[in-house]
Design a protein around this ligand. Structure first.
Ligand code: ZN
Length: 340
């Protein structure tokens, strides 16, 4: 595979074996039927996976197929010796279990790489440990599924061969990371609740906005969304909307919205909410002529304040009723349909 390996790739092993491929019958990528062919690593036979039907096929038949996607696995001879040695260390360690043999914790994901990869790389115990080498709060719930115990002889051998770490012979909770985890969880919940409240006010406005919609880059909003939905550990950085605007030709020149900008629209309340929490800028409006000046924005703010003061009790009452009725749907985590 050497001719196809990226020139910056430092991996030593360049030999790959075909382990599976997919064939496609019928016209177009959106329709037709897909069948997978996979080689069983234990017995070396090829099998056809056609929906729920699995059958053994001869190599000659496999070679006659037209492949659509091919799966190769990197192959090195060195790893089978390593695996055999580790197996024997684990077995002898298990025999000594009753004796006082110290045991070490090791990432299950890395062990999986050890048993399948030609080059597993260094041990990655941060899969379940925090930066202080203690239990990561994100893994605390199903901790057992993230690590395995190995006898000290196996750990010493693996650590020497592959490096990485950190060494972990006892599991303790980390107060620092647990506090930070709880702080971020509270932040997520508070921001999500506040945003949903602003969304409801947008859907049933008591008083219309004078401002054109505010814009935020889609990439920033996606990062915030991933954070509050707990897909990302870290909150997003400060907002950076500069990619949405053209550069002025000269100092103090006109700044316009780019035609190709990838953004989402928000009410000004939402924009102020985000910028108060995360900072950044600049404030960008959905206006294709020049962007509004600070004076224009201040004038819209004044007009809105006046409308809010003049709004009848009924207008505002209606709004509050709708908010209360809407409360039931707070489980919906999809914001995407309301802005684009
Ligand atoms: Zn920690």
């Amino acid at each position: 595979m050497s001719p196809f390996v990226h020139k910056l790739c430092t991996d030593q092993i360049r030999r790959y074996e075909l382990v599976a491929f997919i064939t496609h019958y019928g016209g177009g990528a959106d329709s037709g039927h897909y069948i997978a062919y996979c080689r069983n690593e234990l017995n070396g036979h090829w099998y056809e996976f056609d929906d729920a039907m699995v059958s053994r096929v001869e190599v000659a038949e496999v070679l006659s197929k037209e492949a659509y996607v091919l799966f190769y696995q990197k192959k090195g001879d060195a790893m089978s010796k390593v695996r055999d040695h580790v197996r024997s260390l684990l077995e002898s360690g298990n025999k000594q279990r009753c004796k006082a043999v110290s045991r070490f914790h090791i990432s299950r994901e890395w062990l999986h790489r050890l048993s399948t990869f030609a080059e597993p790389g260094p041990i990655t115990n941060f899969d379940f440990l925090c930066p202080h080498g203690l239990i990561s709060p994100r893994r605390a719930k199903d901790l057992n599924s993230y690590y395995a115990e190995v006898p000290s002889a196996a750990w010493d051998y693996l650590h020497q061969e592959f490096g990485g770490g950190p060494v972990c012979s006892s599991l303790q909770y980390c107060v620092t990371c647990q506090n930070e985890f709880l702080r971020l969880q509270t932040k997520r919940n508070a921001e999500l609740a506040a945003f949903k409240q602003l969304q409801k006010m947008e859907r049933s406005p008591s008083v219309r906005w004078h401002h054109p919609p505010n814009l935020i880059t889609r990439s920033w909003f996606s990062r915030w969304e991933r954070f509050v939905l707990n897909h990302d550990e870290e909150p997003p950085p400060a907002i950076d909307n500069s990619s949405l605007l053209t550069r002025p030709a000269k100092e103090g020149g006109v700044v316009r919205l780019k035609q190709s900008g990838n953004y989402m629209t928000f009410t000004r309340d939402m924009w102020l909410f985000f910028v108060n929490v995360y900072g950044g800028g600049p404030e960008v409006f959905l206006v294709h002529d020049h962007q509004p000046t600070a004076e224009e924005v201040a004038k819209w703010d004044e007009e809105r304040q006046r409308d809010l003061l003049n709004a009848t009790e009924d207008d505002l009452q209606l709004n509050v009723t709708q908010l209360t009725l809407d409360n039931g749907d707070s489980d919906h985590d999809d914001f995407g349909d309301t802005h684009s």
